[in-house]
Write a new protein. Structure first.
Length: 95
């Protein structure tokens, strides 16, 4: 899978506390090695399609687990995972 990183993802990731930044790095290492199908079944990253959120272009959004509470929000286009932003509180990530 190819990873695309939006500037908003990089900016939000760099603003996080060190444990979240480490989790993001680990998540990126795993996501770069697996396909979308494998990520959907991965117990650690747990790629999950979000039911109530879409990207500005109307495409579905997905969450990926960076830490127990932190989530990355991304979109998928073919074999490209586009990372959009990181939120340290998974409840806030979905709003």
């Amino acid at each position: 899978m190819k990873l695309a990183i939006k500037p908003s993802f990089l900016a939000s990731a760099l603003l996080q506390e060190l444990p979240v930044r480490r989790g993001v790095l680990k998540m990126l290492e795993v996501a770069g090695k697996l396909s979308v199908g494998e990520l959907l079944n991965h117990q650690g990253v747990h790629l999950e399609k979000l039911k109530d959120l879409t990207a500005p272009d109307g495409s579905p959004l997905y969450s990926l687990r960076a830490t127990r509470s932190a989530r990355a929000i991304a979109s998928v286009d073919g074999d490209t995972l586009t990372l959009r932003y990181v939120e340290s509180d998974h409840g806030k990530a979905y709003h």
